[in-house]
Design a protein around this ligand. Sequence first.
Ligand code: ZN
Length: 443
Amino acid sequence: MMLASRVQGETKVDPKTALRMLNAQQQQFEKTVVQVTDNVYTAVGFHGANTSMIVGKDGVIIVDTLRGPSSAARALEAMRKYSDQPVKAIIYTHSHGDHIGGANAMVGETMPDIYATESFGSAEGVNEAVNPVKRKRNIRQFGRKLSPLEMTNRGVAPAGTADNDGGKGFLQPTVKVPKEGLKTTIAGVELEFHVAPGETDDAMFIWLPNKKVLFAGDNFYSSFPNLYAIRGTAYRNVLKWSESVGKMAALEPEFLVPGHTMPILDQDLAVAALTDYSEAIRSVYDQTVRGINAGKSPDLIAHEVRLPDHLKDKPYLIEFYGSVPHAVRAIYSGLLGWFDGNPTTLSPLHPRKEAEKMAQLAGGTQRLTEQMESALAAEEFQWALELSDHLKWLDDADKKLARKVKIEALRGLAGREYNAPNRNYYLSYANELESGALSEIWF
Ligand SMILES: [Zn+2]
């Protein structure tokens, strides 16, 4: 992959490169069943996430079940080519919907045991009160309403996943894995469950000691990890995430099966990927903490933190899904809350007041509008957005024009993005503005 035009600390490149990079990443989730090793199969690209089948003596074990029963049934059917034995156990690596919603389509005549950590479900429950807005932001992050022409992919998942039966096949866990983990044998297959907080607090990874296969769940996939999701999430414990990935590396797996994207079927590559991943997360955390203790604001630290040189071009650390600057801000607010320590920000002006002052500085609302238009013409899209946001507060402004500029600037930014959530969010928001679906507050 050509990366020469990437600017460190940015996920924006020229539009052709952005598209080429996202299209190349697509190979990570083309629909296929991968034979990981003898008796282990992973179905990639049947929906957003992966589902796997381990074939034992007198039954099979399923790891993760996709989002809904129809995609789970299709994936199972494809894997059934290799074994028609009954499903003895289902394992949920964590509680995100794209891993648990298809379980009932994988169950035969007898109900299997269903394994999950004892804290299963803790991931999203904490901020249910804000579900109305999370739903909107989720649609934008994943580009769920984008047209096929606008849509590329979701960074670690394909576009166009039909979600109308999402969650309909969910089955409650029946075996709870305690904090210390669990070793057991199912259908003659030895398994170890390791509790491993990361993308969610309720995550675990699964280790097959005899086959040296590791199922990482969403603590590893081929992209810089989503240490923060712009759809809106509670703080993800970044330090524990790094530690959990370090524990996976220490097992020296020969085969690494991620929660999304293609399995890695080479021991050196698998161990290197996990080691680098753990180090990358830790490095972003440490740099952020150093910035915080130096008294810097999240805005400044977000512009300064970089992946170390020896990691920045690793294919599994490119920011197709997670973003380093977003991670910095999440770590900042996760550790200290919203206040950046600068008394200027304790009680800032009302946005309308600030906009009036900006207009005065510019020499009036008309001059501010001209500045916004020339920013757009010069393709200074971010600045055009910021000026249009001021103009929305001014009674004497041409708000229709400001809105139109915002739409165009969002599309301009989107075209340059290879970070899929950013790209999808910009495009979705532009469409919502254009359709008039957004209230004055959102504009
Ligand atoms: Zn997932």
